[in-house]
Write a protein of this length. Structure first.
Length: 87
């Protein structure tokens, strides 16, 4: 069971069990494709479990700057050590 709000660009799905982030994202992509919409490149997902089911609410991620996981680890390490090398 699902709901798609085109005006506010969000998807709500009631699903059995508790999906992890990857499973929830896959469900949202399938829902968008089933309605003839292109899947979002990036999305924000919230999962609310309860009584053997979960409510999955998703919306497109806000536009912004995205960095890869390795870059995030590198920057976190540099900030933690508080040393910046210049060449």
């Amino acid at each position: 069971m699902g709901y798609r709000d085109q005006e506010h660009k969000c998807v709500a799905i009631l699903t059995p069990g508790t999906p992890d982030a990857a499973q929830a994202a896959a469900q949202v992509r399938r829902r968008l494709e089933a309605e003839g919409e292109a899947p979002w490149e990036a999305m924000e997902i919230e999962v609310y479990p309860g009584n053997g089911h979960s409510l999955v609410i998703a919306r497109p991620a806000a536009e912004g700057v995205y960095i890869s996981a390795w870059a995030a680890r590198y920057l976190a390490d540099r900030f933690a050590r508080d040393t910046w090398e210049t060449t």
